[in-house]
Structure formats: structure tokens, C-alpha cells
Design a binder for this molecule. Sequence first.
Ligand code: KG4
Ligand code: ZN
Length: 350
Amino acid sequence: MIQLKNEPSSSPYLMLAIETSCDETSVAVVRNGREVLSNIVSSQIETHRKFGGVVPEIASRKHVESITVIIEEAIAEAAISLEEIDVIAVTQGPGLVGALLVGVVAAKSLALALDIPLIGTHHIAGHIYANHLVGDIEYPSLALVVSGGHTEIVLLESEGNFRIIGRTRDDAVGEAYDKVARALQFPYPGGPYVDRLAQSAEDEVVLPRAWLEPDSFDFSFSGLKSAVLSEINRSRMKGESPDFSALARGFQQSVIDVVTSKTMRAAKELGAKQVLLCGGVAANQGLRERLTTMCTEAGLPLLIPPHSLCTDNAAMIAAAADLKWRHKQFSSLDFKAEPVFSLEEWSVGK
Ligand code: KG4
Ligand code: ZN
């Protein structure tokens, strides 16, 4: 049993959070769940780029190499001492198991050595609650989660209670962006390149929209990705060079039409008071603009984190772990990293 250093309540507290679920080693120090004192992110992108995607074994080794240094940096930048930390949070899942393990072992060691509580945290709850670092969340709230590994519409009926009402049936949006980017000869991860090319395009190759069943909030992006690839092949067979910018625009328009329409329909049908956008693809300029316009027209407040809080970072993990801290829900020292991890089960009401 872990002895609590001070009772979790509304009294001030300092949390150190660790995120190592994929290819970013990140450590943050956050006061009272919302005030970010430091948020150090060390990206491994340059290492993985030459392989065209994240290599799990390499990701784990890189996390091992950098975790201690990043913890020290986060503490130094926050201008505190390790002994002042009240609680440790860490991404428990979902993610790459070897990568998650590095963060989990570091977090457990710190919690044990400092004799403070530990909170195993859901990565997607982190993406959603990144919004709590930029504004107040009103419930019921509807979150559109768009990242490299996940595409979900999540209803938050109350604080910390998650209900997934739609999800991708194949590729995640970010994954589709990265595959299309590769076909357009951009380096990994190609989402931002496709975004920029789409924004500057003068023409558009109109591509299909995967609406699925009329009442469904689910998504499918693999057909759209294949449509881009076959357009490229068709042009080459005719001896023409494919119009990459018109294709990028067509792809982006199709993605944005579908994800924003479904989100707005869900918000209306489920009586949401607010919309939250999050995940790495929330950095997409076209998506941010369209959702902003649609929410303004519908009179719905919208929160979108700044770019640095959209992609993987540890401050968002602290923002989600704050829910558990306030409900006094801690993890035992023998909890396991969970590569597949249910968001709904992680709800504070469970
Ligand atoms: O959330 P994240 O950092 O990692 C996961 O948890 O997956 O998301 C990374 C994904 C990558 O697929 C990347 O290409 C995509 O987010 N991304 C973008 C943009 N910026 C990052 N996709 C489209 N447009 C962007 N501007
Ligand atoms: Zn993520």
C-alpha cells in the first residue's frame, strides 16, 4: 500500500507526468492539473524517418536512452526539486508495449523512491483533456479524436466519463495521411506536408466520401487512400505526371467533410454543449478552420489545443491524470502497460 504524502483534494499539488507510448519521450511538471511548468518533448522522428514509419524495437531503445535526461530537464525547467512532486502519472496504454514499458518502469521507480502515489493514464484521455489546459470543459462535451493511431468520436457525459460513439473501421486519419503522403513522395510523418500542399492547391481531384450507414458515426479511410493511389497509377499509365497538389486537396477535402459532418451531427443528436478537437491531426489547418466555422454557425463553443499540445506530450497525460487524482483513484505498483486499453473502462465513474 502506498502511503499518501498529502490528501488529494483541491489543495495545490505538483504532478510529474511521463509519456512514452510511441515515438516521443516526454516528461511534464504540471501544477494542479492545469498549470504547465514544463513539458519537454524529445522526438525520435529523425531516427524512424529512414524506415518510413515507427520501428517499435528502436522506439523502446531510444526511450531507454533519453528518459532519465528528459526527467531531469523537466524538473530543471519547472525550477522545482524532485522531492516537491506529490504524484507521478504515466501513460499506461494504448501504445507500443515496449515503448510504454519504459515510461511505466521509470514512473514506478520514482513513485517508490519518493513514496508518492502513481496514476496509470489512458493516452486518448490525455489527448482529450489537453483541451483542459487551454479552457474550461462544459458537459456533455463531444470530442473528435484524430491521431496517428486513433480516430474516434467520444461523448463525455460528465467529467472523466468517456463513451465512444464512433470509431474508424480500418485506418486512423493520421495513418491515412501518412500513407497518402508517402505516395506523394513526402517523408514520414507526412500529414503536415499533405496539409500544406492541400491548402495551396488551385485544383482538386474530387474523391469519394465514406459516409457508411446513414446513422453511423464510424469512419473508414482505407478506400479513400486507395482512391488516391489509383488516381496516381491512372495518370502514370496515360504517361502523364499526377497532379499531387490537386490530389492532396481532394484527399483533405474528403477527410474534412466526413469527420466534421459526423462530429456536428453527433453533437446535435447527443445534446453536446461543446466540441473538443484533439490528437496529432488536430494540428491540420484545414480541419481546424472548417470545424471552427461549423461550430460558430451552430452556436457551439469549440476548444482546440495549440499544435504543441495536439501531438504526443506529457502535459496532456497530467491533465487526464488530474481526474483520477481528484477522485483519489491511484494505481498499484504492480499495474501493467496495456498496448490495448479501453478508454471507457478508464472512466472515473468505473
Ligand atoms: O497524436 P499523434 O502525435 O500520435 C499518435 O498518438 O498517433 O499523431 C501523429 C499523427 C501523424 O500521423 C501525423 O502525420 C499527423 O498526426 N499530423 C497531421 C498534421 N500534423 C500531424 N496530419 C494532418 N495534418 C497535419 N497538419
Ligand atoms: Zn497520441
